[in-house]
Design a protein around this ligand. Sequence first.
Ligand SMILES: O=C1O[C@H](COP(=O)(O)O)[C@@H](O)[C@H](O)[C@H]1O
Length: 237
Amino acid sequence: MKYIKFADAQSAVEKIAEEFVTYSQQAEPVHISLSGGSTPKLLFKTLAEDYADKINWRNLHFWWGDERCVAPDNEESNYGEVQRLLFDHIAIPAQNIHRIRGEDEPETEAARFAEEMTALVPTDGDGVPAFDWIILGMGTDGHTASLFPLQVDFNSPCLAIVAKNPQNQQLRVSKSAYLIKHAKRVTYLVTGASKADLLHEIQQAGEVDLPYPAARVKSEHGRTEWYLDADAASQLQ
Ligand SMILES: O=C1O[C@H](COP(=O)(O)O)[C@@H](O)[C@H](O)[C@H]1O
């Protein structure tokens, strides 16, 4: 695992924001997958406040790793969060935003989402959409996107799946482990002391199989890295 430690969460998200600047200057459209939950809120606020005019938003296409099965105006909607914190404050074409429709029937939406990715994201040698960059988080139970411990079929060739959050039984639609491993780059953004023990366990386990999807889901042919603040990294050797 490649762990990159930052002094604080703000420094970590500013590094990501600077990389958005670089990606946005590429000649081809760039496909970026955002994570949900609480951790990336600081990234979205920072992008809106300090990078609105520094990024060529027309060249970036945004997708999500997962979505709660709720309407976009629900406070739990991952898309709704980005809309409120970022999209409402920048000049980005509507066609560059590829949300998961949490309000639709989950299995139908997972199939539609897989079709949209296949149609718009350039595929690799395996015919699988290869995202330029997938940014992920990690829950305190070791889930990432909506890939929860003991629920994931790592051998399934599906691109998108329906999952159930074991804590509250809420349904979610998620990118699959198979899709994520075909990304050119995967970055886990993890901050806060509540994730420190789990990160330590993952580091100590090395290649041994752990029940945590975040420990196993990585880019197969590209790079995978962990962006950590000092609190999250505090137990690492
Ligand atoms: O990758 C992801 O990770 C988060 C973890 O959430 P957080 O609130 O601890 O940051 C997950 O729940 C989210 O849906 C997902 O995109």
